[in-house]
Design a protein around this ligand. Structure first.
Ligand code: DAT
Length: 173
């Protein structure tokens, strides 16, 4: 049994997943697993999608690798998708959301353009990641948090830390 929860932080690229995951990992002493970084570092990909400018992920290899890391608990899984992580791994799913004008500025600053920019903007407006999270996990473990301004990050991380404390208390009882 896990003594610390595993938390998925998901959302459209640019909404603030990494920013949240890094602060939460530092404050709560959790392990930040940046799935993009792991896919790149461990070469869990089957090539490069030129049109979408992204890696084509080898999900089987990725999941085998993650299974060992998440087993003891206390991991933050930071990725722009969430429905491939098995339900049994996950205690909380945080979907970070962002105002579309703000997201447009963040993505263009990151060099996104063309189809990649368009698809990600559409995904945020259509709440694709929120729907995906609600479909893949029990709705009561899915929370949606706004990340438009710097203050939002601190408030959100504090809220997640409180949730972690409650999660631990429930298990002690
Ligand atoms: P993601 O990991 O979802 O792609 P990120 O954490 O890298 O997103 O953030 C993208 C950019 O936006 C980065 O320059 C930091 C900034 N940012 C994120 N959340 C923010 C917020 N709540 N207020 C202001 N800037 C934010």
């Amino acid at each position: 049994m896990r003594t610390n929860p595993n938390i998925v932080i998901t959302g459209t690229p640019g909404v603030g997943k990494t920013t949240h995951a890094e602060l939460l990992a530092r404050n709560a002493g959790l392990k930040h697993l940046s799935i993009n970084q792991i896919v790149k570092d461990e070469k869990f990909h089957e090539g490069w999608d030129d049109e979408l400018q992204t890696w084509i992920v080898d999900e089987d290899k990725l999941l085998d690798h993650l299974e060992i890391l998440v087993a003891p608990g206390g991991c933050i899984l930071d990725w722009h998708a969430c429905d491939l992580f098995p339900k049994r791994w996950v205690d909380l799913v945080v979907v970070i959301r962002c105002d579309s004008t703000t997201l447009y500025d963040r993505l263009t600053a990151r060099g996104y353009k063309g189809k990649k920019l368009e698809e990600n903007m559409d995904a945020e407006i259509m709440e694709v990641l929120l729907d995906e999270a609600k479909e893949a996990y029990d709705e009561e473990i899915v929370v949606e948090l706004k990340s438009d301004e710097a203050e939002d990050v601190e408030a959100n991380v504090e809220r997640i830390e409180k949730w972690i404390e409650m999660w631990k208390k429930d298990r002690e009882g």
